[in-house]
Design a binder for this molecule. Structure first.
Ligand SMILES: [Zn+2]
Length: 326
């Protein structure tokens, strides 16, 4: 473990002191705020450079949250509704298969429903978003193959000296910064290298049959059709995306989604208005901030970590203050 990692863990350990967290929950309640936790994978699988939360840690987090909050979904946030404990939402993105295999059993045993935002292209193709496929590859390829693969935003020297986590984050960030048509071209250049890796396995995702099972117990929202970064797309692209999502949900799930989660949490103000104008009741971003039950646009808190205290401290907004206007 590096000195920096030790320092980080210590900082989260201190931020997660039980007395501090109890005060924060009071502050959050006084400010009328609610935490919306943005989650992705819950798994012990370490074959991707993209991290997952361990199942036992996740179960512990749900127990911890349930003692202090009422875990609801967006559809429960109807006007004026109140709860004895402050509300909170577990909001998953992308649609990984571990939602059905690991997350749902943990939640169902506790009588909890979550929000899950899916990407039609991911369901149809059976493969995760392009940036995640790259991180899967970086997690599995031998160093010699990584050195010769033209990963976005890297040169051979960077690929040789960086650890897999750093390499995955860099390649993913650079890919996500491109308009989707450009992402597809950059990804196509990597496919021969991925194909040369025998036994390469992308992170399993929900197929349509599994998604329908999940939809019986949880609130399914849209996370764009292709997982494009909307801040680098045109207004026409977004309008078309909203339309394609609606049609896909109508054709495959027989309902109209009420939640739209921007991929990578990235959106211009006019784009947020466009989603709300297209009939979605709840627009989700990230931003590591809490939200409020009456909001239509919600900040979410990105969840990751290796220790119960770290997850609890993150879940309450880390260092965010709950003063006026937060
Ligand atoms: Zn996503």
């Amino acid at each position: 473990m590096t000195a920096r990692t030790v320092a980080k863990r210590l900082a989260w350990h201190l931020l997660g002191r039980p007395s501090r967290l109890a005060r924060r929950i009071e502050g959050l309640r006084a400010a009328g705020q609610m935490p919306i936790l943005n989650l992705h994978r819950v798994s012990d699988d370490r074959s991707s450079s993209y991290g997952a939360i361990a199942p036992d840690l996740f179960a512990g987090l749900v127990d911890w949250m349930q003692e202090r909050f009422t875990l609801v979904t967006f559809r429960d946030l109807a006007d004026g509704r109140t709860w004895a404990k402050p509300p909170a939402i577990l909001s998953f993105d992308d649609g990984y298969r571990d939602f059905l295999e690991t997350v749902d059993p943990i939640l169902s045993a506790r009588g909890v429903a979550a929000n899950l935002n899916i990407v039609p292209r991911v369901v149809d193709s059976g493969r995760p978003p392009l940036n995640v496929q790259i991180q899967d590859f970086i997690g599995q390829a031998p160093r010699s193959l990584l050195a010769e693969t033209p990963l976005p935003g890297t040169d051979a020297a960077f690929r040789t000296r960086s650890d897999r986590g750093t390499l995955g984050l860099r390649a993913s960030a650079v890919l996500k910064s491109m308009p989707f048509a450009e992402q597809e071209r950059a990804f196509a250049a990597l496919v021969p290298f991925m194909d040369s890796l025998g036994g390469f396995r992308t992170t399993p995702v929900l197929d349509l049959a599994s998604l329908r099972v999940v939809a019986e117990r949880h609130e399914i929202g849209a996370h764009s059709h292709d997982h494009a970064t909307m801040t680098v797309e045109t207004a026409a692209y977004l309008a078309d995306d909203l339309d394609r999502c609606r049609r896909w949900f109508a054709d495959h799930l027989a309902f109209a989604p009420q939640v739209y989660a921007f991929p990578n949490g990235a959106a211009h103000p006019a784009q947020i208005d466009a989603v709300a104008g297209a009939g979605y009741r709840h627009v989700l971003l990230v931003g590591e901030r809490t939200s409020a039950p009456g909001n239509r646009v919600h900040g979410r808190i990105t969840m990751h970590g290796n220790a119960p205290r770290e997850l609890a401290a993150r879940a309450l907004g880390g260092r965010q203050s709950f003063g006026q206007g937060t």
